[in-house]
Design a protein around this ligand. Structure first.
Ligand code: MN
Length: 228
């Protein structure tokens, strides 16, 4: 096989304790999955069906790299999230066996051009310009579930320059990880390599150049990113 131009490089995430990398297929992100964040964004925290948007695999920003402040915005927000990385997939995955699809977990950021997202919400248009830009998904190395288990409670927080901005607990998720896998698998054929960003607790807010972002999930790990 030849190509008309060199194919793009496969996007991969490093895996703690392994020389083998995790090849990324798709990135699904759930919206408003912590009640207090739904309220701060002006919405009802009831358990409505979840909704998802996507980022592109090459939007991932690997640990150790800086986050470049993106173009066409004056209001970039941080959202710290637990990332779930699938090692297998399928259609119509039962909730009680869904965790069997999980390869591991990471600490991630759903960086958001909030001003552009807000304009798109008002117009009833898709969110891509607010969500799926270059480097919009900083992500730690993956921590395999066979080392850390399947965290369903524990602190999730974000600090900027050492000060708390977001604080929540994984047990505050409206849609739990197995439920999200089931829901997505009824709409899409999930595959090994798919990643799910599971939503953010309350306290989202703007970042500026020079900020040092520190995200943390108990039982998973840490992610530190500089805004440049
Ligand atoms: Mn988010």
């Amino acid at each position: 096989m030849t190509y008309v131009f060199p194919p793009p490089k496969l996007v991969t995430l490093p895996v703690r304790g392994s020389d083998a990398a995790f090849p990324v297929h798709r990135i699904y992100c759930v919206g408003r999955n912590y009640a207090a964040h739904a309220v701060e964004m002006g919405h009802d925290p009831d358990k409505d069906p979840p909704f998802f948007f996507q980022k592109n695999p090459d939007n991932l920003l690997l640990e150790g790299l800086d986050f470049p402040y993106p173009a066409k915005t004056d209001d970039v927000h941080h959202e710290v999230e637990l990332a779930v990385a699938l090692g297998s997939g399928g259609d119509n995955i039962p909730t009680d066996s869904a965790l069997g699809c999980v390869f591991g977990y990471a600490v991630s950021l759903d960086m958001t051009r909030r001003d552009l997202q807000g304009q798109m919400k008002k117009l009833g248009r898709p969110w891509e310009i607010g969500k799926a830009f270059e480097c919009s998904a900083p992500c730690s190395e993956l921590f395999p579930a066979d080392q850390i288990g399947h965290p369903d409670h524990g602190a999730i927080w974000l600090k900027i320059d050492g000060e708390f901005r977001q604080q929540g607990d994984l047990n505050q998720m409206i849609w739990k990880v197995p439920e999200m896998i089931t829901y997505l698998s009824e709409l899409f054929t999930l595959q090994a390599g798919d990643i799910i960003l599971t939503g953010t607790p309350s306290g989202v807010g703007p970042v500026k150049r020079g900020d040092r972002i520190h995200g943390h999930v108990d039982g998973v790990g840490d992610l530190e990113v500089a805004v440049v």
